[in-house]
Design a protein around this ligand. Sequence first.
Ligand code: NAD
Ligand code: IPM
Ligand code: MN
Length: 362
Amino acid sequence: MPFRIAVIPGDGIGPEVIAQGMRVLNAVTADSGSALEFVNYDLGAERYLRTGEILPDAVFSELRASDAIYLGAVGDPRVDNPQYAAGLLLRLRFELDLWVNLRPSRLLAPGLTPLRDAESIDLIVVRENTEGAYVGIGGQFKRGTADEIAIQEDINTRKGVERIQRYAFELAGQRHKAGHRGRLTMVDKSNALYHAHDLWQRVFVSERERFPEIEAEHLFVDAAAMQLVKDPGRFDVVVTTNMFGDILSDLASELVGGLGQAPSANINPQTRRGLFEPVHGSAPKHAGKGIANPVGAILAGAMMLRYLGDAVGADQIEAAVMASARERRTTRDLGGSLTTTAAADAILNALAMREFKSSSAS
Ligand code: NAD
Ligand code: IPM
Ligand code: MN
């Protein structure tokens, strides 16, 4: 039985990068033996503008029944409904209870970091994905008047905070075994948000006791942003809230070559459901020009493949991406001069030639 992958190309550059991701996934799985069946869903701004539908319940049920969701991007300047992204992307994260958002940042090739002295950067942001300021609890009062009040609550539950921190401690342990530093950094703002993030602090103390072998530290989010730029090599696993994870993962992406190459996985380790997408958005100013970097989508495809059990295929994609990046056979944002399709061709070529076999050892 092939894995049934629900594909939501979405808006802006989403369809362009997802098309390349599917080409790469098809090529790799033809070899590795895992079979993927892609089912396309025309959710997104076009459909919303045409029909008023964001995510019909019947479609949601089909997405829930799929083995994984592969998504491009959501966001279109023509849509003036502020709840559009919440109705599609956030609804999937919340209602499928995809409580872990994994956002790795690995320097694909030397010279791709804007930092002066960084030699190796290889960290992963573990973003809480179902709580925080994102849940939509709040409201507006006296809207549009001088007395207006706007409230958006920051929700932190013991269950939610505990499960994400525990996941991050376990991941740090696994990474340590795999040869990484294995250090965990918990990031919050408990000096100012002394109700909500005091919970993060207390959970951190108790989880730390459960994992005495893990090197663990705490940073306030402002200092974490500073340290990411000053000394990114000190980070391995960073666990943080929904909102801080959103911000720090864009920052971390830029340290290793830019948003265009950054992948992410939204997962529920219990149900094994997952939604895989690049970290970037729909980049409207680049849409339709054939210049968007497909690497974020392609590496998100590799994360999906790994999650579905095909580690060999995932390793091959990652190695082929690195081989192409080393030679700057990339789009402009990674220092090359290729179009979206040509950048994916280079990766497909590296895969076909198995170029990475010799070069990945160096
Ligand atoms: P964005 O991530 O779309 O783009 C920011 C900038 O990053 C772009 O202008 C571009 O210079 C660069 N960039 C991003 N992806 C790139 C790629 N693949 N190749 C080359 N360069 C790339 O962020 P934004 O401009 O703040 O948001 C645009 C829209 O996307 C908004 O509607 C926003 O809500 C939405 N958005 C969606 C997601 C998502 O679907 N997961 C994520 C972020 C933003
Ligand atoms: C992301 C995006 C989303 C988020 C937006 C589109 C709601 O920025 O996936 O990083 O903030 O989670
Ligand atoms: Mn974001």
